[in-house]
Design a protein around this ligand. Structure first.
Ligand SMILES: Cc1ncc(COP(=O)(O)O)c(C=O)c1O
Length: 482
């Protein structure tokens, strides 16, 4: 047995995403880098460690081999493995540093401290805004990708189409004209890595430090994070049960951010009168409007409302769309429709950030749209989500009605439950996450004044049984905390 080897610090989790050899490797590496296992010390033999951990010997051999391959261990015949003497400067401590090694800019500090909500793989039930990726037609998708990869021309391999693959831009322009009333030519469309990279790019282009942004309150924390990171001050554009409170702002903003088709997170739709008022204010105040149309494909009652961009906003409005809900978020494909005035410089701006999307994926998506698969997929998902929404609303009232009132809004794939009592929603969301229920706290979307408390919950990602199971677990969390 190796002298002083801290065997008990190795804790394995069979449910973790990393397999067991990877977990052993990672923990031993951290011990070596942190000098808890100093150079010259020995590790137990593979047989001994396997026995102590109750694992097959091959599992430990795989971990040791990787450490030896990377130069952390020296394997020896008839002697236990030896920890190698690493040069001091190459060593990372494995511990959080007490002080940063270099200075972090103010912008960097803002970026590093932004709230975000991501969840864990497998915890899909109630995940806000998450579509059902398992119902995505992966067979079709892989055929289209393979076909493009096999027959790709040189134009898919170089940095040629920085603002987007032409066939995809054309397909999106046709889709938007038909389904969202967006008036544009394909040259105005810029493909991005999801909506978030559009917000980041627009923030950098439009905002100087200290500029004001008229931001929905409550409003999407991803967009707030991009504006704050560019140095903006946020002015609240209050959204409540009466809609968007469009009293002219006291300071002239550089831009306004709105989600008029489906307010995030409250799910309201902006009335035509408010749309026209916003466009008039933007004209009078000479500011840009970012229209985030992230969830409008799913409307469960009434007719779709045309985009702001298409009702007279073409010069002021940057329309942002995403395939995060139509396909799935990790596809990282989105787009913007930009006014002619800023179109020409965008290739240079995108080249500066490096945030342009892989062309092979763009080409496959163009085929997916042009061959009719997107329309078919959306038709199926609308039917499926309508049924899941109905079920969610029914079981919500039965199991959670005692603690929350559900806002029965008609667009999008998430709903908000408002607490009857003013209890803190963040610890409650954290307790739910600990039980594998991925909901987000409503208060996270507020930045000014007193937030409303509640939970944002998705209903689309999993079937009725899994939803019911998650709602039961959420009920248990409420019971424990009351
Ligand atoms: C309001 C809003 N806008 C945009 C997005 C999509 O962002 P992305 O395309 O970067 O995944 C989301 C995702 O949840 C959202 O809630």
């Amino acid at each position: 047995m190796a002298a002083g080897f801290p065997l008990e610090t190795i804790v394995l989790d069979p449910a973790a995403p990393a397999n067991l050899p990877r977990q052993i490797y990672g923990q031993l590496r951290a011990l070596i880098e942190g000098r808890s296992l100093p150079s010259g010390s020995t590790l137990p033999s593979t047989r001994l460690l396997a026995k102590d951990l109750g694992l097959g010997r091959n599992t430990v051999i795989a971990a040791y081999d990787q450490l030896a391959l990377e130069g952390y261990l020296r394997m020896r015949k008839c002697a236990p493995p030896l920890v190698v003497d690493l040069p001091a400067r190459a060593v990372r401590t494995g511990m959080p540093p007490t002080a940063p090694a270099g200075r972090i800019s103010e912008r960097g500090q803002i970026m590093l401290s932004q709230p975000h909500h991501s969840g864990r793989p497998g915890h899909l039930a109630l995940h806000p805004g998450m579509p059902d990726a398992l119902n995505f037609p992966f067979n079709t998708w892989s055929k289209l990708l393979t076909r493009r990869a096999k027959h790709a021309g040189h134009d898919l391999f170089g940095v040629y189409h920085v603002t987007g693959y032409p066939a995809l831009r054309e397909a999106i322009a046709r889709y938007l004209a038909a389904s969202r009333g967006v008036a544009c030519n394909p040259e105005q469309i810029v493909i991005t890595n999801g909506a978030q990279s559009a917000f980041d790019l627009l923030a950098r282009i439009f905002i100087d430090p200290g500029d004001s942004v008229w931001m929905e309150e409550p409003g999407y924390y991803g967009a707030s994070a991009a504006f704050l990171s560019a140095g903006a001050k946020l002015m609240p554009l209050v959204v409540n049960d009466d809609g968007w409170q469009l009293d002219p702002p006291t300071t002239r903003p550089r831009l306004a951010f709105v989600t008029p088709s489906c307010h995030h997170p409250l799910g309201l739709t902006m009335a035509m009168e408010q749309r026209l008022t916003l466009l008039r204010l933007a004209e009078d105040g000479n500011f840009w409007v970012i229209e985030d149309d992230y969830d409008s494909e799913y409307r469960f009652q009434g007719q779709p409302i045309p985009a702001l961009q298409g009702i007279g906003g073409a010069n002021r409005v940057v329309y942002v769309g995403t395939f995060a809900k139509m396909l799935f978020p990790a596809m990282r494909l989105g787009f913007m429709v930009v006014p002619e005035a800023i179109r020409d410089g965008l290739a240079a701006a995108l080249s500066t950030t490096g945030q342009f999307a892989p062309l092979l994926t763009q080409a496959a998506l163009a085929d997916f749209i042009n061959d009719g698969h997107l329309t078919r997929h959306l038709r199926r998902m609308r039917r499926l989500y309508a049924a899941r929404r109905g079920h969610f609303m029914e079981v919500f009232d039965r199991y959670l009605g005692e603690w929350m009132r559900l806002r029965r809004t008609e667009t999008g794939i998430q709903l908000v439950g408002l607490f009857h009592r003013n209890i803190d929603d963040r610890p409650l969301a954290a307790a739910a996450a600990a039980r594998g229920v991925n909901v987000s706290a409503l208060s996270m979307q507020y930045r000014h004044g007193r937030p409303r408390r509640g939970l944002v919950m998705g209903f689309a990602a999993v079937d009725e049984r899994a939803t019911l199971n998650a709602i039961e677990r959420l009920r248990a969390v409420f019971k424990e905390s009351s």
